[in-house]
Write a protein that binds this ligand. Structure first.
Ligand code: NAD
Length: 344
């Protein structure tokens, strides 16, 4: 019988790319991993070794030329997302693109136009929308359990120091993009609205090695936002916090409050002469592992059933607009209005 499963290629074999590649290799229903690409020889060799592949592509373009590849997962540094997505669409491949979608809104427009023009799917990697707790919270909010949502606060603190390319805001757009894109998407999702004005402050407290070469890099950020429907939002971001991976959300309504997230990794608590030990969540990889699988499964179902995926290019673009407005606010020390054409 001919193999009707969807052939998927993974482009970029770092932390995010390997999560997707491992899921595909271990079995995501109706799909098979058919190729990988990364220009860094060590990353490519390591990935092929772990995944049991005979070889990979140093240039993503040769992966795109492989007729076995029906869809690609783009998990390179953000600055390359536009180029690769546009090339994949031109080659007729469906695209799952990691967040942040791109560096600027015009880049997002190009990606949306290219995938629409080619008639291929485009999904953005906001996997929190597929996490069990987030999904349950959204259902409960939509049922009216806490009345009308009035304020959403979302924080993400990561334990590890950023990858070096992330220090360069021209390549990464900074922690607002790399870390807090998820929080931005969460605020849009739970308020059901779009940011209208943002004010942000940032500073570098934990990455002294970035200070000389990248003086505009910040590893701590606060962003306050107002929404078109009158709701309020607050985002906290930090990198290199060491203590745990910490992602928590508080949704305040007219009739109550709902919270998502916790610091405890398990319900197991030990007590010795050294004190009470409650192991904390160590990595986003642990916390959201099943959500990464669920978002990939949804992407593949959308291809099979010819449905429009969500979160889509517009969701990705809205988050990129907020990132850039936040970075502008940090630079200028002033609130930044999102452009009227970007309001709903
Ligand atoms: N959804 C999530 O929670 C999540 C988590 C981590 C990272 N990400 C996103 O995934 C992307 C990658 O981040 P990461 O942490 O995995 O980075 P990383 O530095 O660990 O890996 C990036 C990999 O891409 C490769 N690469 C660079 N240019 C390339 C090109 N032109 N073609 C193919 N490969 C190329 C690099 O050699 C490297 O192996 C970023 O956009 C990041 O924001 C998303």
């Amino acid at each position: 019988m001919p193999d009707t499963s969807i052939g998927v290629g993974v482009i970029g074999l770092g932390r995010a790319g390997m999560i997707h590649a491992r899921h595909l290799q271990r079995g995501v229903s109706g799909a098979r991993l058919v190729g990988v690409a990364d220009p860094t020889p060590e990353a490519l060799a390591r990935a092929c070794g772990e995944l049991g592949l005979p070889g990979g592509h140093a240039d993503y373009r040769s992966l795109l030329a492989d007729p076995q590849v029906d869809a690609v997962i783009v998990a390179t540094p953000t600055a390359y997302h536009r180029e690769i997505t546009v090339a994949a669409a031109a080659a007729g491949k469906h695209v799952f693109c990691e967040k942040p979608m791109a560096m600027t809104a015009p880049e997002c427009d190009e990606m949306i136009a290219a995938t629409r023009g080619a008639g291929v799917k485009l999904q953005i990697g906001f996997m929190r929308r597929f996490d069990r707790s987030f999904v349950q919270a959204k259902e409960r909010v939509d049922r009216g359990e806490i009345g009308q949502v009035v304020q959403v606060k979302s924080l993400t603190h990561g334990p590890s120091t950023p990858q070096r390319w992330m220090y360069d805001l021209r390549l990464s757009n900074g922690p607002l993009a790399e870390v807090n894109s998820h929080d931005i998407d969460t605020l849009r999702w739970f308020t059901g609205s779009e940011f209208t004005t943002v004010y942000a402050i940032g500073a570098n407290y934990r990455c002294p090695d970035a200070r000389a070469e990248f003086p505009d890099f910040y590893d701590n950020v606060l962003l306050i936002g107002s929404f078109a429907n009158g709701r309020q939002g607050l985002i906290g971001g930090a990198q290199g916090v060491k203590y745990a991976y910490d992602a928590r959300v508080e949704i305040l309504g007219t009739e109550g409050i709902l919270t998502i997230g916790h610091l405890d990794d398990t319900s197991v608590v030990s007590c010795t002469a050294n004190g009470l030990l409650r192991p904390a969540v160590r990595s986003w990889m642990d916390l959201f592992m099943e959500a990464y699988r669920a978002e990939a499964e949804e992407f593949l179902r959308c291809i099979r059933e010819d449905r429009a995926p969500h979160p889509d290019g517009t969701d990705g673009k809205r988050a990129v607009e907020v990132v850039n407005a936040g970075n502008e606010s940090i630079r200028t020390g002033r609130p930044v209005d999102l452009k009227p054409e970007h309001k709903p």
